[in-house]
Design a binder for this molecule. Sequence first.
Ligand code: 5AD
Ligand code: SF4
Ligand code: FES
Length: 396
Amino acid sequence: MTRTELAAILARPELSDADIVALLGLTDPEDCRMLKEAAFNRTTELMGPYVYYRGLIELSNICTANCRYCGIRKANHAVERYTMTQEEIVEQAVWAARQGYGSVCLQAGERHDEKFIEFICACLREIHVKTKSPLLPNGVGVTLSLGDQPESVYRRWAEACGNPESLRYLARFETSNPELFQMLHSTPGRNEKNLEHRLECLRSLRRAGYQVGTGVMIGIPGQTLEDLCRDIRMFQEIDVDMIGMGPYLRSEGNDLEALGQMEPKALLQLALNMIAVTRLVLGPVNIAAATALQAIRDDGREMGIEYGCNVVMPNLSPQRFRKGYQLYDNKPCLDDEPTQCASCLEKRIQSRGREVGWNMSGSSRRYLRRIGRPNEVKPAKDYTPDGRRLIRLRAI
Ligand code: 5AD
Ligand code: SF4
Ligand code: FES
């Protein structure tokens, strides 16, 4: 493809499947730069200059599922299992709210037992009560990432959350290719999950009132550019509010090691291309810069922002739990505490011409449009990550 042809594709209001595949496959540095610029500008135009924080609390690594790509799948007996206490979880959420994070994300392995479901309800109720402040009158926004569940469970959690306007759920469908999905989720003699069921979960989340987030892994062994193009079409079909996607990375404890992983440089570029093209096709949705980008290259998440991401998920888990939550190898920040990640990430975001949307709940504009709400306005005052100004405000 010539530069003129590329410029013509980037200027089109709608991309065809052939355009999408061509853009995903770009490797020449100047071509990639053009794609990046188009995606960054589109993001600014549609979403404004802010990057929203979702403080990520990896509350438990116990999982009943066996996704073959995942380092904490049930069959990996080398992992020491943990579950944070309610007190520890609430403490992290309150800390995040005080720092000015508009929302937190509770993530864990998949469990279906009543004890766990009720445990999450109790955490959500307490987080709601304890994070209300003049700046967050409905408490901190909450994103859940707790796997495939029946609609009744989604509804119980939604109710416990108490903040229906900032209620979100993240469940990646991983790949829109049913055979690839099957390969990723079947162990000998068992077929643990199927794509149709995951898509049904996403539909039931929408019915239960959630902003729906999904995503895929990029560079799965056997995946093609055409598969990734269909993933983007699937995002459109579901009419998603947010997307989180990152490179597939090998993991010592996973069950796909023998299949290898794409060469890191090419993998990173493919992931960035996928982010950019998703932005161009999907428009005003939230797109998170996955931590997995940073596992390949130190400034991988910042590159994600340059290619169209507008959300990052700083890790709020206390350092002592981090080694237990390695979905893939080389996960960054294993030796860092939440305070370090928070200030480090703000500098990283600013280095690429964006601002942290302190105290913003950060609903996607696509969602706000759907429910007929105006765009969120940033609170007049900024609150620094150490929370001092917020405390001062409370004292007044
Ligand atoms: N590489 C990249 N992403 C992974 N995930 C799980 N294992 C890996 C891996 N080895 C992602 C999946 C899942 C999310 C919680 O983490 O996409 O949905
Ligand atoms: Fe469990 Fe999630 Fe890992 Fe699958 S990806 S094994 S559901 S933690
Ligand atoms: Fe965790 Fe930099 S992002 S220390």
